[in-house]
Design a protein around this ligand. Structure first.
Ligand SMILES: [Mg+2]
Length: 306
C-alpha cells in the first residue's frame, strides 16, 4: 500500500488528486489498456484496432452536485451528460450506460420518475442506450452513478497528454458562475469535440469540470508543458476568479498547433457560429524557474464544500 502517513491525516488534507494517485498505486491494469487512470476516460483496445473503446464512470450526490429541491429531470440530465462530456473530451461518441441509484426509502417515486425522464432525454439526444444498472437503499443522500461506454476512431483519439510546447490553448464558451443554473442544464460539447477531432485533431483535450485552475494544470502536467495565459472568457456578471475556480463549466479545453490556429478560428465561426471559441494562451516549455505562479486551485472534492 501507499507510504506511511500521520494517523490523523484526513482526505481534506490530502486533496483529490493525491488521494486518487495513492489509491491506484499497485492496482493491476489489463493487457489491452491503452490509457489507464488519469485521463477523461480509459481507452481499451489494441494499438492497431480501427476503433477503440472508451470507459467512464461518474457520480452525482445530493448536497454535493445538486440541491435536494432541484428538479429531478435536470438532475438526471446532468448525471448522464457529465459522463458524455468526458467521452466527448477524448474525441469519442457515447454508446451504452448503466445507471446505479441509491435513494432513501422515503423518496417519492415521482422524483425517480423525473430523474429517469431527464436521463432518457439526454440519452435520446446524444445517442446513448440505457442497458441496465442497480437500485439500492441509501441511509442518507441520494446517489446516482453512471457508467458509460463510448467509441473513438484510433486516428481521432485525443488524450490530455499530447500537448506540445508552442501549442495554442483554447476553451469553448464562457467560464464561471455555473452554480446559477448551468451546472444542471449544460450541453456536453459532443458535436464540437467530434468536429475538432475530425478536422483539426487537437494535440491535447479535456472537459472542464473542476475549474480552469485545476484542469489546465492537469492538462499541462500530463503533457509535460508549462503554460502562459493571456485572457479567459468570463461568464457575464462573474469575476475572473470565478472563471478560474468555480468548476462545472463542462466546456472543452484543448491545445492545437499554433500554425493551425487561424484556420481553426475561421472554420469554427462557420461550424458553430453560436458558441464562442477563445484563444486563452499558449503551452510552453517547462523549464525550472520559468513556470508562472500556479493560479488559485479549482474545485477539490475533499477540500471544499458546496
Ligand atoms: Mg473530464
Amino acid at each position: 500500500m501507499g507510504a506511511k502517513l500521520p494517523a490523523l491525516l484526513t482526505l481534506a488534507d490530502l486533496g483529490e488528486d493525491a488521494l486518487v494517485a495513492r489509491l491506484l498505486r499497485g492496482q493491476p491494469a489489463g493487457a489491452d489498456v491503452l490509457t489507464g487512470p488519469g485521463d477523461d476516460c480509459a481507452v481499451i483496445g489494441r494499438p492497431r484496432d480501427r476503433r477503440w473503446q472508451l470507459l467512464k464512470t461518474d457520480c452525482v450526490i445530493e448536497h454535493v452536485h445538486f440541491a435536494p429541491d432541484a428538479d429531478p429531470r435536470r438532475v438526471g440530465w446532468k448525471a448522464l451528460c457529465r459522463a458524455i462530456s468526458d467521452i466527448a473530451a477524448m474525441g469519442g461518441e457515447p454508446r451504452h450506460a448503466l445507471i446505479t441509484v441509491a435513494v432513501p426509502r422515503t423518496q417519492p417515486v415521482a422524483w425517480l420518475d423525473g430523474l429517469y425522464a431527464g436521463i432518457a432525454k439526454a440519452a435520446r439526444k446524444f445517442g446513448v442506450g440505457i442497458v441496465g444498472g442497480e437500485t439500492a437503499r441509501s441511509p442518507g443522500a441520494v446517489f446516482i452513478n453512471v457508467a458509460l461506454t463510448g467509441e473513438v476512431e484510433r486516428t481521432r483519439c485525443v488524450r490530455r497528454s499530447g500537448g506540445r510546447a508552442g501549442d495554442a490553448l483554447y476553451v469553448t464558451g464562457r467560464l464561471g458562475g455555473s452554480l446559477a443554473g448551468k451546472h444542471l442544464d449544460f450541453t456536453p460539447r459532443l458535436a464540437e469535440a467530434r468536429w475538432l477531432a475530425a478536422h483539426f485533431l487537437p494535440h491535447a483535450m479535456m472537459d472542464l469540470s473542476d475549474g480552469l485552475a485545476a484542469d489546465l494544470q492537469r492538462l499541462a502536467c500530463a503533457s509535460g508543458c508549462g503554460y502562459s495565459i493571456k485572457s479567459v472568457p468570463v461568464t457575464r456578471g462573474c469575476k475572473s476568479a470565478q472563471a478560474w475556480n468555480d468548476g462545472e463549466d463542462y466546456e472543452l479545453l484543448f491545445s492545437i498547433a499554433e500554425r493551425a490556429s487561424l484556420l481553426l478560428e475561421r472554420e469554427w465561426q462557420k461550424a458553430f457560429p453560436r458558441l464562442r471559441l477563445s484563444r486563452i494562451g499558449t503551452l510552453n516549455q517547462l523549464t525550472f524557474g520559468t513556470q508562472p505562479a500556479c493560479p488559485p486551485r479549482g474545485y477539490d472534492h475533499f477540500r471544499q464544500t458546496l
